[in-house]
Ligand binder design. Structure first.
Ligand code: WT7
Length: 669
């Protein structure tokens, strides 16, 4: 594979790319926002009088059990939106549609992973009314197992409808869910349970992935048996585990602790009143990596989050009644929360959900699904698009994709080459692409085109969403001139912003509200062009974006040094053709330890076990010493250069000696 970076958001390729794609007349005519002038007018009003703007939409979009009294109470860094109001998220996603034409419309169309022997995957459709019934029943199961308002529930499930059902069931009774992606390890599950003090875990006997089985229940068993430094159980708050039968494989069921989902359903009925929740009641916690320490439990609350997810889903994807919308993310990430579950259901949109991988059993899995269900809107990630490009057009073009009318991209900057391919080959040249910038913390999309209004340029997320005021600033927090790089900040609070880091208000303030005075700091580098379009360059902190997954270098480093052979470790990103960034680890070994060839793989596996397969390093390189500044800081910039420049000699051990470079360097980084 070539070492040349293709995630080419570098200035050269940006300047070369001048093509602008205007929305077609037909698309604009039917769109919610149909011209650039209309967008500009709405946006200007929205940031001039944000409270008025948000109040209007909160009233129009959400079903309230009690109206709110005050739109925003802001005392930096703590925001309270729609104070005094009460509402229930599951009622807004489901009950709202009962008694309307939407009740019997498909809410979820689920496609399971095809079997290893070539048998097609299972397929299930839930109407809004059916989903309502299943959510009520499972909410009663949670209650029956001791879950009360405010309790934390861990969801560690494959991509099956029950994942959405369990999330909505939590919201129905006011429990706080924390979904843990199936690609995380037992240790990560235990850490998250410990951090949020979860009372109950919902998991399954396994999940299918590329013909293999992910042993989710086994991981939960292991997680619940991990001891902390003091000798106690790390995940001791867990009282019950609800197990969904998915694969039928035998699993251990602990007497008195573990219960089967399907058995529990026998004891409950399908009536469950939605709990009355305050606007600011915690809705969910989602863990994400930061530049230091353990993952942060990002906290979202009820009204503001739901409004953000619903309004952005409606306007950015320009949803209509007859759309078949497919977001290919996993519910373990925020994209799955906002744009598979909450946004689409709150808008009454039919949503496709797929259990498996894009290349299982063959490279045309996505295109088959689009053809089969006549998908109209596809929302996926640049890393997937680059893989499709590499696999070749034929996999795509042999399918009838004429149902598609809009494409979306999320997770990392989309390089113009991938954008053009997506537009031409997948979209047949007729579908606008919405490149949506946002974060776990932002809850919903903050920078994105509105497809009927915004002229597109490949590689940029374009302009801010309504009510959102981003700016590119220098180190002093001053706005920089156009076409100058800087830090991306958001100047005003918005309803779906995070409300904190679970259990750590100081870290919340430090991470997001201390870097640039009076503004939310995103951690991203950015440049605004002459049209005011935002070009995101990528993270400027020690967070990597590997195949759209956010990985903290500090976490991987501490996983490495927890291995008995490792003395010190430094982790950096290297540009990667497919994943955007690859994880490269520089490791020094303890005295007396041999850098034998098997050790590299052992360390990769070790990180996989500590954090999960998603964080398994691409490359481990041994060094005599790590290059450090005179104050002892690891020179990451240098390591990054070495990681992306130097060819790796063979697959065996490379002992790199940085002592010379380190000595030569006079200045601290
Ligand atoms: C980071 C957030 C938001 C859901 C998925 C990731 C990068 C995200 C884009 C985009 C350029 C993007 C940023 C951001 N990012 N979308 N359209 N263009 N960069 O959520 O794991 O919280 O990661 O992903 O660097 O800070 P996340």
């Amino acid at each position: 594979m070539s070492k040349k970076p293709v995630a080419s958001n570098n200035i050269r390729s940006l300047l070369n790319e001048t093509r602008v794609f205007k929305p077609s007349k037909d698309f604009s005519a039917a769109a919610h926002v149909g011209s650039l002038a209309a967008y500009k007018k709405l946006w200007t009003e929205s940031v001039r009088q944000p409270e008025r703007f948000w109040a209007r939409h909160a009233k129009a979009e959400l079903a309230w059990q009690r109206p709110f009294k005050k739109v925003l109470q802001w005392k930096e860094p703590v925001a309270k939106w729609f104070v005094g109001g009460q509402l229930n998220v599951s009622a807004n996603c489901l009950d709202k549609w009962l008694g309307t034409a939407t009740a019997n419309k498909a809410a979820l169309i689920w496609e399971g992973e095809p079997a290893t022997d070539g048998r097609p995957g299972e397929e299930r459709v839930y109407t809004f009314a059916q989903l309502h019934r299943e959510v009520c029943r499972f909410a009663n199961v949670l209650r029956r197992n001791g879950v009360k308002k405010g309790d934390r529930v861990i969801l560690y499930l494959p991509m099956v409808p029950e994942a959405a059902i369990a999330m909505l069931a939590c919201t129905r009774i006011g429990a706080i869910h924390s979904v843990v992606f199936g690609g995380f390890s037992a240790q990560s599950v235990a850490d998250r349970i410990h951090d949020c003090g979860a009372k109950l875990v919902v998991t399954s006997d396994g999940g299918y992935r590329r013909g293999g089985i992910v042993p989710l229940k086994k991981n939960v068993d292991d997680a619940l048996a991990i001891h902390d430094a003091a000798g106690g159980l790390l995940a001791r708050t867990v009282e019950k585990v609800v197990v969904l039968r998915r694969t039928g494989h035998e699993v251990h069921m602990a007497e008195g602790r573990d219960v089967w989902w399907h058995r529990e359903l026998e004891y409950v009925d399908s009536r469950c009143e939605p709990a009355r929740m305050d606007s600011e009641s915690p809705l969910f916690i989602l863990y994400t990596s930061g530049s230091t320490g353990k993952p942060k439990g990002i906290l979202h609350t009820t009204a503001g989050y739901l409004l953000g997810a619903k309004l952005t889903h409606k306007l950015v994807f320009d949803v209509r009644d007859d759309d078949v919308y497919w977001c290919t993310a996993d519910v373990g990430w925020v994209t799955g929360h906002s744009y598979i579950v909450y946004g689409p259901l709150a808008n009454g949109t039919t949503c496709v959900m797929y259990e498996g991988a894009p290349n299982w059993p063959e490279n045309d899995r996505f295109w088959r699904i689009i053809e089969k269900y006549r998908v109209t809107i596809l929302y996926t990630a640049p890393t997937a698009i680059r893989a499709f490009m590499k696999w070749g057009d034929a996999w795509v073009t042999r399918h009838d994709l004429s149902s598609l009318r809009l494409l979306g991209s999320v997770g990392e900057p989309i390089n113009p080459e991938a954008w053009m391919w997506y537009h031409k080959v997948v979209g047949g040249g007729r579908c606008p692409i919405v490149d949506t910038w946002w974060q776990t913390e932002t809850g919903s999309i903050l920078i994105s085109p509105l497809p009927g209004a915004t002229p597109l340029k490949p590689g940029t997320a374009t302009l801010p969403f309504l009510g959102v005021l981003p700016e590119v600033v220098d180190d002093a927090g001053k706005a920089v001139p156009r076409n100058t790089g800087g830090k991306l900040v958001i100047r005003k609070p918005w309803p779906s912003m995070l409300r904190g880091i679970w259990g750590d208000p100081a870290r919340y303030k430090q991470t997001y509200w201390s870097e640039v005075k009076g503004s939310y700091f995103t951690g991203d580098g950015c440049r605004q062009d002459e049209d005011g379009y935002f070009w995101i360059v990528g993270r400027i902190d020690d967070v990597l974006n590997v195949a759209g997954h956010r990985i903290g270098t500090a976490e991987v480093e501490s996983a490495l040094v927890s291995h008995p052979s490792v003395a010190e470790a430094a982790v950096v990103g290297r540009p990667d053709e497919l994943k955007g960034q690859a994880l490269v680890c520089f490791v020094t070994l303890k005295t007396g330890v041999d850098a034998h060839p098997g050790l590299k793989n052992e360390l990769r596996q070790h990180v996989g076990k500590e954090i999960g397969p998603v964080a398994r390093p691409d490359d481990v390189r041994f060094a005599e010493a790590l290059p450090k500044t005179r104050s002892g800081k690891i020179m990451r910039r240098l390591l990054k250069q070495i990681a992306s420049g130097a060819e790796i000699k063979g697959d065996t051990t490379t002992l790199e000696d940085f002592s010379v470079v380190a000595k030569l360097s006079q200045s601290d980084e």
